[in-house]
Design a protein around this ligand. Structure first.
Ligand SMILES: Cc1ncc(COP(=O)(O)O)c(C=O)c1O
Length: 305
């Protein structure tokens, strides 16, 4: 639950209680809005840096382009707003949630002239799937829900309404006692988690579904592919099946929220030895080093606050 910290709203920082919208806001009814999920980390030297700020802000604007929403700010203004908010709220390790939505105006479907509103919230947030999960791994199921296909879903955009698919899959998984759900695409290939990309390891090679598939090509995913190559580990982006998940030596999920989370069990089948595997551990270690400014080669991924 976010602490009640001030929020950046339409160009100014306002008290938490004032960051509201009317029930006739268009996005509440039809889901045409866009969001991002970003994290900042404090390094050993005490400085806080936003991880891959530029890429996240770019994706926010790309999502808005796909959604035909004209943002009344530039990418530089939104990046500055994020940094200003973190300084204002004296935040170090935290999660950052920008949201672009259509406010009041007409409630007719097209609503081309409704006011476009932008808010950014940020709060201290621990491990999304729990601290224990980072070491012990999570139990997941293959969902009865299918990842919406690319004819009906803008897979490269974080559009609010598209997340109904994720919310229902996650609720179903939790109701059945799992931590997370893995969605298959319309052809039956592995797509992703409800808010994470998925990797598997087999015979020392790392595999992940191709970025052209029905999945959000996550910024963490791209970062991990780079870190794996830096570590000299072979990576292959290709279509993966459910059986390949079951037979993997290691499986892990990744995303801004979930960071790098090992999977210890899928549909009642133990993954590998049932513990975090050595390649997962290496990638996890390298990821946390990079986000905390301990990887000189990847210093460019950090935007200091
Ligand atoms: C559906 C989905 N897949 C994957 C990801 C991981 O993306 P990223 O690493 O950019 O956070 C997210 C989170 O944004 C997501 O919502």
């Amino acid at each position: 639950m976010p602490d009640k910290l001030p929020i950046w709203l339409d160009g100014e920082i306002v008290p938490y209680e004032n960051a509201t919208t009317h029930m006739l806001s268009h996005t509440l009814h039809y889901g045409l809005g866009v969001f991002e999920g970003i994290r900042a980390y404090q390094g050993k030297d005490g400085r806080t840096a936003v991880f891959r700020l530029q890429e996240h802000v770019k994706r926010l604007f790309d999502s808005c382009k796909i959604a035909t929403i004209k943002v009344p700010y530039s990418e530089a203004q939104i990046s500055d707003a994020i940094r200003t908010l973190l300084r204002n709220n004296k935040l170090a390790d935290c999660y950052i949630r920008p949201l672009v939505w259509l406010g009041e105006g007409t409630i007719k479907v097209a609503a081309s002239d409704n006011v476009v509103r932008v808010a950014i919230a940020a709060w201290p947030w621990g491990a999304y799937l729990g601290d224990e999960a980072l070491e012990q791994g999570v139990r997941v199921c293959v969902s009865s829900y299918t990842r919406i296909g690319i004819r009906a879903n803008y897979e490269k955009a974080k559009i609010c309404g598209q997340y109904v698919n994720s919310v229902l899959a996650k609720r179903e998984a939790m109701a059945n006692g799992y931590h997370e759900a893995i969605l298959l695409d319309q052809q039956g290939f592995v797509a992703e988690g409800t808010g994470e990309n998925i990797f598997l390891v087999r015979d020392g090679v790392i595999y992940t579904p191709d970025r052209g598939a029905s999945l959000l090509a996550g910024i963490t995913r791209e970062s991990l592919l780079d870190l794996a190559r830096d570590a000299g580990i072979e990576v292959r982006e290709q279509a993966l099946t459910r059986s390949e998940l079951y037979l993997a030596d290691e499986v892990f999920l990744c995303g801004t929220a979930a960071e790098v989370t090992p999977v210890r069990e899928i549909d009642g089948r133990i993954v590998g030895t049932g513990r975090r595997g050595p390649i997962t551990e290496r990638i996890q270690k390298d990821y946390f080093a990079a986000v905390r400014g301990e990887n000189a080669r990847r210093e460019g991924w950090l935007a200091y606050v």
